[in-house]
Design a protein around this ligand. Sequence first.
Ligand code: GLN
Length: 314
Amino acid sequence: QVPRESEIKAAMQEAYDQFKSNTGGANANYIPYLDHVNKNLYGIVVATVDGKVYELGDTKYEFGIESCSKIFVLALAMQERGLKQIEDSIGVDATGMPFNSVIAIELEPQRTVNPLVNAGAMATNSFVQAPNKQAKWEKIDAWFTRFAGRKLPVIEELYKSESETNQHNQGIALLLQSYGRMYDDPLMTCDLYTRQCSYGVSARDLAIMGATFANGGKQPVTKDQIIDTKYVPRILAIMATSGLYDGSGDWLYRVGLPAKSGVGGGIVTVVPGKMAICVFAPPLDKAGNSVKAQLAIQHMVKKMGLNLFDSVSK
Ligand SMILES: NC(=O)CC[C@H](N)C(=O)O
């Protein structure tokens, strides 16, 4: 049962008020553009499987999607290639390490084990089939358009800022090539990955995109069946174990729901069969997860009784 409108709105308002003046965390500073985003921006959106969208605060501001893009590219690769190829060529286990870890690659005999950290996400991007760079970007772009229900802009200033400072990711892409875990040109892949991370999304967009996973792969507003329903639990499982990187275990312990964060300050949480909750607030904790978004979502989930591990259903 999707919670009642009054219940959703009350939970949103409470979470908004309670954490509005929280000053914890800091903007991502390794990408200059993100460092300069107004740190007081704060927006909460709930998108339900029946296509209703509730918004509070700065829900129209377009922020960098960053690592939240990884779940959608994973969905594309999974839809195209099937589970076995994703399992064998990328991997589905958690690294338990920071999102940009090189040590994780060195320690794992398989090199990539997870599509939601940078290494595995670039490998996943390289796994998308297309004859050339332009065609691959157009495919990714068309895919994101279906999830959002509108053509998403690339924030060119962010793309430029990140491209000028992404040498670490370029290094990871080349390292993966040396281990045979990169499935297209590594530097081209790193560039396309950087571009997918530079999409501008509002909290509203990201909530609706996430609600597609709550709704068996069917976009709840456009009613477009984007991915096969059978893939959804797999994607959500990977989100549950590694959507917040090395903060994932702690998150699952507190919230009990799959989610994905990005260093742009967004977190999208999926409540299967019910809704997605997206909160945007730029300051991040040490793992790279929005401080306010974590607090607000945790509060709302508790208030509405949405923890998946809760045996008393509401
Ligand atoms: N955690 C993130 O959001 C990281 C994404 C960012 N584009 C990076 O590669 O560093």
